[in-house]
Design a protein around this ligand. Structure first.
Ligand SMILES: *[C@@H]1O[C@H](CO)[C@@H](O)[C@H](O)[C@H]1NC(C)=O
Ligand SMILES: *[C@@H]1O[C@H](CO)[C@@H](O)[C@H](O)[C@H]1NC(C)=O
Ligand SMILES: *[C@@H]1O[C@H](CO)[C@@H](O)[C@H](O)[C@H]1NC(C)=O
Ligand SMILES: *[C@@H]1O[C@H](CO)[C@@H](O)[C@H](O)[C@H]1NC(C)=O
Ligand SMILES: *[C@@H]1O[C@H](CO)[C@@H](O)[C@H](O)[C@H]1NC(C)=O
Length: 287
């Protein structure tokens, strides 16, 4: 055979493979063979789609409207501060009103829902030093659930009411601390509420700082727990602890660390040095 003939045969072979008029085969398969393959895939994918829908349906059935199925089970919930500057810094100059006005504005906005008038309207006056349990009875939902009043006046000198600058203008700034919400968490036992302590971190020369706490002793009262979630406890008001820094060494970076103390929340672990505590830089300039 010459190479030309060979070429012709080969191209004819390709053509024949695509459509063979003799055997009526398309790409090497007969119409019924193709039909069976298509039928197989149609059934196969219908089956897969059905499985997917069934799985989704079962999953949605098991989801609870009121509590997330997947929730971080932290032994130590996080703390956060307000006002929250960039990089957890509170840096300002007493003489420059504009440098601290942003903090005052942030606190005003944050504390608006805490106004006594608002709290009386939304929430209950609960008994202190005990949990406010509102459990469901079996499948019968006890919803919506009530929440306890946290009055703005409880922050006393840090409420922004008597002193609308929250101490920023006089170099004794207030910082609010909140404990991250964890559904169902019971943060204390035997009527002892968890409380916040703050101090300057010892790095070289220890700067001076005295701290006052509001409410007294810096407690998150047990009445605000357990938290049942935003859907169930619609008017929940997160309790706060205000810390007021007095006699702060001026013109110096003071690294403050605040932590939660509790008889049920375990001490921080080596694995997570940030659990149950928050650190931030405080610097008050005076010139
Ligand atoms: C909350 O109280 C502050 C200070 O008294 C007041 O300026 C503000 O208008 C009040 N806000 C609401 C929503 O009542
Ligand atoms: C909150 O303030 C209102 C009005 O000032 C008062 O009636 C209520 O008892 C206070 N609640 C608490 C828990 O102190
Ligand atoms: C939430 O607050 C509103 C008033 O703002 C009140 O009418 C409602 O009853 C409260 N709901 C619950 C569950 O406490
Ligand atoms: C604050 O703590 C002290 C000592 O632990 C205690 O005697 C006092 O009753 C506490 N005050 C409040 C308001 O809980
Ligand atoms: C702040 O320091 C001054 C003098 O160093 C002292 O007299 C005052 O008692 C201190 N205030 C507080 C609240 O510690």
């Amino acid at each position: 055979m010459s190479s030309k003939q060979e070429e012709k045969k080969e191209s004819g072979g390709w053509k024949e493979f695509f459509w063979n008029p003799r055997t009526h085969e398309l790409l090497g398969r007969t119409a019924s063979s193709w039909g069976l393959i298509i039928l197989f895939y149609v059934i196969f994918y219908t089956f897969l789609a059905g499985m997917f829908c069934l799985t989704m349906y079962v999953m949605l059935l098991t989801l609870d409207d009121y509590t997330p199925t997947w929730q971080d089970r932290l032994s130590t919930p996080g703390l956060m501060i307000r006002p929250k500057g960039e990089d957890l810094e509170i840096v300002y100059n007493i003489k420059n009103t504009e440098s601290w006005d942003q903090y005052v504005q942030a606190l005003n906005a944050f504390l608006t829902p805490y106004n006594n008038s608002q709290q009386v309207l939304n929430n209950d006056a609960c008994a202190p030093n005990q949990y406010y349990f509102q459990e469901d009875s079996g499948n019968v939902r006890n919803n919506p659930k009530r929440a306890c009043q946290f009055n703005r006046t409880m922050l006393e000198e840090c409420s922004g009411l008597a002193d609308p600058t929250y101490g920023y203008g006089s170099g004794e700034p207030c910082v609010l601390i909140k404990l991250n919400r964890v559904i169902g968490m019971l943060p204390g036992k035997d009527g002892q509420s968890p409380y916040i302590t703050c101090g300057a971190k010892k790095e070289g020369s220890v700067p001076l700082v005295d701290v006052s706490y509001f409410p007294p002793n810096g407690t998150f009262d047990l009445m605000y727990y357990p938290y049942y979630g935003q859907r169930a406890q619609v008017n929940y008001t997160q309790p706060l602890v205000a810390v007021k820094f007095v006699n702060v060494t001026l013109n110096t970076d003071v690294n403050i660390e605040c932590k939660i103390n509790s008889n049920t929340i375990t001490e921080f672990s080596e694995r997570d040095k940030f659990a149950g505590r928050v650190s931030f830089k405080l610097r008050i300039n005076s010139d």
